[in-house]
Design a protein around this ligand. Structure first.
Ligand code: UT7
Length: 337
């Protein structure tokens, strides 16, 4: 049975840098608080153009990341037969962003599927790509994680706990059937626990509300994301560690075999706690949260693309990707690069 190998990566982030200091113009916060609590120094937010819309759509950012991954893979766009787009922020309520990618890249009716698994979206997407390839449904899958967070955030002090954490961006991976022994996705584990669904969410617009959103909902700020930060923090550390242990056991590997852990970039304190609980040296744990913040489904593919370009991820390396987020959902992939 063929395995799913990642043969190319790419990413795109907006040009506009928003520093912690910049945020103090809108809300009661400080560079010191944000740096100490999250490790974030700056994030990228899309500019708003004269027409009142972001200068790029989520799908356009995803397409730029995808073009870079396709070039890196040395394939043609026409080789892609399936798109998997992970996002919690589709550009429109429906359809999902995958179909916009099909059009932007001119993929001649390749299959397109969106995954709504928030911070865990890329991990679920990679597992799905592996399944599609092993089942013979697809041979070359483009997996994208991309988000526009900035337009949803409450930039007043009421929303500061969320607003300082999130950024915009997209990352992509070309995943292709490979017969190379031992190469590719070796194992994936996926989990959810819906009883915590309301503890990290964005409620409106809601399908159960006639008209989907009301002036009262807007006044209450239901169109902004909300979370119980400390609850998410505690669950995240526990579930990251469990998922890493589980995926290693499933793939027949040990923590000492891992060359690079690429965790979802939620908080530098979470990343460090997980690295230290797993007994991994800091250089084996990838982090770029200081410059991009949390870009939810995009953090892992952006990190993979940067790790490759920094020479920290090379052919033959054993990599673990792991994520936790809204749902709650969590999971991990074990990959021989
Ligand atoms: O990807 C998954 C999605 N989300 C996450 O992974 C987030 C997980 N949670 C976290 O990263 C952390 O819980 C936070 C960074 C959100 C908060 O860090 P914390 O150490 O849990 O903060 P805390 O709860 O100990 O401190 C909260 C205090 C509150 O003030 P009081 O009530 O103690 O006086 C907040 O009002 O910090 C205040 N606060 C802020 N102060 C300045 C909250 N946000 C800010 C802010 N600037 N941006």
């Amino acid at each position: 049975m063929p395995r799913a190998a990642i043969i190319g990566t790419g990413f795109h982030v907006p040009e506009r840098v928003v520093t912690n200091e910049d945020l103090t113009a809108w809300m009661d916060t400080s560079d010191e608080w944000i740096t100490q609590r999250s490790g974030i120094k700056e994030r990228r937010w899309l500019e708003i153009g004269p027409d009142g819309r972001t200068v790029e759509s989520g799908a356009e950012m995803g397409a730029r990341a995808a073009r870079m991954a396709i070039e890196d893979a040395g394939i043609e766009p026409a080789d892609i037969d399936q798109i998997i787009y992970a996002t919690l922020n589709p550009d429109v309520f429906f359809p999902g962003n995958g179909v916009f990618i099909e059009d932007l890249l001119g993929l001649k009716t390749a299959g397109a599927m969106d995954i709504r698994n928030q911070c865990t979206g890329f991990v679920y997407g990679l597992a799905a790509a592996d399944g599609f390839i092993q089942a013979g449904i697809a041979r070359t899958v483009l997996v994208i994680g991309g988000e526009i967070q900035s337009t949803a955030l409450d930039l007043s002090t009421r929303g500061r706990e969320m607003a300082v954490l999130f950024g915009d961006g997209a990352g992509a991976a070309v995943v292709q059937a490979s017969d190379e022994p031992g190469r590719g996705v070796l194992a994936s584990v996926l989990h959810s626990q819906g009883r915590f669904a309301l503890d990290l969410m964005l409620r409106s617009p809601e399908a159960v509300v006639p008209g989907r959103i009301t002036p009262e909902h807007l006044a209450q700020g239901q169109h902004h994301p909300t979370m119980d930060g400390s609850l998410v923090f505690k669950h995240a550390i526990r579930r990251f560690c469990e998922a890493i242990d589980e995926v290693l056991e499933k793939g027949g590997a040990a923590i000492g075999d891992v060359d690079l852990l690429v965790p979802h970039q939620a908080n530098q304190r979470i990343t460090e706690a997980v690295g230290s609980r797993m007994g991994l040296a800091p250089e084996k744990v990838f982090s770029n949260i200081a410059k991009y913040g949390n870009t939810t489904a995009a953090t892992i593919p952006i990190a993979l693309a940067e790790a490759v370009r920094e020479g920290r991820l090379r052919r033959g390396h054993l990599v673990v990707t792991v994520a936790f987020g809204s749902g709650f959902t969590w999971g991990a992939n074990l990959i021989r690069w």
